[in-house]
Write a protein that binds this ligand. Sequence first.
Ligand SMILES: *Cc1c(COP(=O)(O)O)cnc(C)c1O
Length: 373
Amino acid sequence: MNAHVPFVDLASQHAEIAAEVEAGMAAVFAATAFVDGPPVADFEHEYADFVGAEHCIGVGNGTDAVELALRAVGVGPGGEVLLPANTFVATAEAVSRIGAVPVPVDVDDDRLLLDPDRVEAAITERTQAVVAVHLFGQLAPMERLAAICEAAGVPLVEDAAQSQGARVGGRRAGGLGAIAATSFYPGKNLGAAGDAGAVTTDDATMAAEVRRLRNHGSSTRYVHDVIGMNSRLDTVQAVYLRAKLDRLEKWNELRVRAAARYDALLADVPGVRRPLLGAEGQHVWHLYVVRVAERDRVLAELSRAGIGAGIHYPYPVHLTGAYAHLGLGPGTAPVAEAAAGEILSLPMHPHLTEAMQDRVVEVLRSAVRGDTA
Ligand SMILES: *Cc1c(COP(=O)(O)O)cnc(C)c1O
């Protein structure tokens, strides 16, 4: 048996919403409301409600969302922004595009999330913000980070691109910091039909600033008081996102169930370190990441057997070519660096079947044991 198990399955998600999306798209095209059509404001209200934030501003993609959130809290050229060493490079790119400097900080070994003690030690008078990334769908330790940031007078910004719906104590990712950025890249828990993103916040002043910056620095037509950018949320993406937002809770619940089942199946597989299930708050399993020795060989064997697995991410930010100029070599973030050689993301999506999971575990078991399949 050599059944293919996809890493993500956007087709099954699309099938559930296709009819609704077709009707919504037809209305957009009929009205030719391509930019700032009514579905954009509708989605912004619905997503703000979902997150429990006062304001949501739809933008063009997640990287712009991080940049705009950072600019709204006052990050500017030359400032430093602390962020986890193991994040998608976009978190750092957003900082660099402002002319500020990303400072990678190491993570805890259990969850690979920003380590508050190390954040506290890394804050200097040049620090203009801390970005907490809710990696893999887990929530960063926001309570401790918030206390540290407050004591230092530094704003705490969330990168919630991998965590739509994650919650703790009745509050959700995107509503836990001063301001939050998220991405609706198609493969995220809430994915668009192309690029899209959003900023959420309770702060009316910051919300207005993001709104103005995303639209050429203008809140009144042809009045441009600051240099902004064009990063508006497409109307067609808003239609798509509204349909998916209606299903997000159900889809996240299916991810939670799949993660619990992986956990049970992998409990007796020696050599596989499982992610922690009992997190503080509700994890939404954007990625199910195990750790194994000889990861590259194991990944190659999974691929050969038709299992869609991946690495998120093979290089910590400071060890990418793009950030070689920071001059931070190996040893800068030992936990993140060691993890980068062991992490392996298994197929995870709402439509993962039990048969697919059984197959993944069977192949992983023999790959880790070193059997030739
Ligand atoms: C996906 C992602 C982003 C950026 O998203 P784009 O929409 O691709 O620009 C930023 N941060 C993290 C952690 C992400 O996973």
